[in-house]
Design a protein around this ligand. Structure first.
Ligand SMILES: *Cc1c(COP(=O)(O)O)cnc(C)c1O
Length: 356
């Protein structure tokens, strides 16, 4: 047996699909899951027993390390269906590389690329009826890894579970997004895990985000932890600023998640001849641009919402409202990205990946 042999995935199908119980017109993001899930265990130094089985609860010991030390990472991807019924992913290799980068930082063993793609193909083939055609409809894909060793010593687990679960989705955000620029709380620090999709990064944001919500804002834009002087990113989105006709976004580093949507927006903007500056963006320059009327747009970029236009931002008790732009960059990128994702236009960068 060669080292590159992919283990065969065992398949156990549901007897009866739950799909007919689902109201696809009124989905709440991330609440409903498809019939099947993928599961693979890391035991004795190897990933083994890959299985696709009915979606359902796990049996895990209370001492499993994931519960005590947060050794867990995840990904977020989507499958899209075109009018002919073909199912596509968007740059899936980026997600596989990134979950392995996240795992590496969390001392979790990396997952093999060939098995990842085999699992994705078989699972999506089985649950493809859950991917509805039409712009905005998608199947949200959540791969994740958890530490399952039964023991509370503070050291890396010697057992893990890699899973993929699927959730049908409509457009993620409805309504406007108002944001607060962080002045005290931080999401990530130099040398930390901000660049990883590590579970604890998200749990730690809930409290400051709740405080923002109490004040009528939906999201926080995080600033650098040292001085709170530079704008970094939002909870699950990278952030772009349009000052006059120039697009600004922070460079990726060990505090910022290297978003697939972010790098796709930069590529599309450059192709469209838009001036893009990837550099540190000061809060002060954005506030000054807002006061002068030069700040045209702020938007978030991430798989779940694609592009989320920001309608207002608050900083030190001042709130700045942003007028919607007739020639909105945000809407232009959103339309172009979605047309590529839904196989409605050519794909010059070869981002589309046909699954079935
Ligand atoms: C997932 C995520 C993003 C967006 O990444 P995409 O690959 O575009 O989905 C941005 N910031 C954070 C913190 C994230 O977790």
């Amino acid at each position: 047996m060669s080292l590159t042999t992919v283990p065969t995935i065992q398949v156990e199908k549901v007897n009866t699909s739950r799909i007919h119980d689902v109201d696809f017109e009124n989905l709440v993001f991330g609440n409903i899951f498809t019939d099947h899930m993928f599961e693979c265990d890391y035991v004795d130094g190897a990933w083994q027993n890959p299985t696709i089985k009915p979606y359902g609860p796990l049996e895990i010991y209370p001492a499993a390390k994931v519960f005590h030390y947060g050794q867990a990472v995840f990904e977020g991807m989507k499958a899209y269906k075109d009018e002919e019924g073909s199912v596509f992913l968007f740059r899936p290799l980026e997600n596989l590389k990134r979950i392995n980068k996240s795992s590496h930082r969390m001392a979790i063993p990396e997952f093999p690329e060939a098995l990842f793609f085999d699992a994705m193909h078989q699972l999506l083939e089985m649950d493809k009826d859950w991917v509805k055609p039409g712009m905005g409809n998608s199947l949200y894909i959540r791969p994740f890894v958890i530490a399952t060793q039964n023991g509370v010593s503070a050291s890396p687990s010697d057992q893990y579970k890699f899973m993929i679960i699927l959730s049908p989705a409509q457009a993620y955000y409805k309504g406007e997004v108002r944001v607060i620029i962080a002045e005290n709380f931080s999401r990530a620090a130099d040398g930390g895990v901000g660049y990883a999709k590590a579970a604890g990064n998200y749990g730690a944001q809930f409290y400051p985000t709740n405080l923002a919500k109490e004040r009528g804002f939906q999201q926080v834009i995080w600033t650098d932890a040292n001085e709170h002087k530079y704008l970094e990113e939002a909870g699950t989105m990278n952030v772009f600023f349009r000052v006059n006709d120039t697009l600004l976004t922070a460079p990726t580093n060990d505090r910022i998640l290297d978003g697939v949507t972010r790098k796709s927006v930069i590529a599309l903007a450059e192709k469209a001849g838009i001036n893009v500056e990837v550099r540190r963006v000061e809060v002060a320059e954005i506030v000054a641009a807002a006061k002068e009327g030069a700040l045209k747009e702020i938007f978030g970029a991430g798989t779940a919402a694609v592009i989320s236009p920001v309608s207002a931002f608050s900083y030190k008790d001042e709130t700045f409202e942003l007028q919607s732009q007739a020639d909105s960059f945000a809407m232009q990128f959103k339309k172009h990205l979605m047309e590529i994702q839904y196989n409605l236009t050519e794909d010059p960068f070869e981002w589309r990946y046909r699954v079935c």
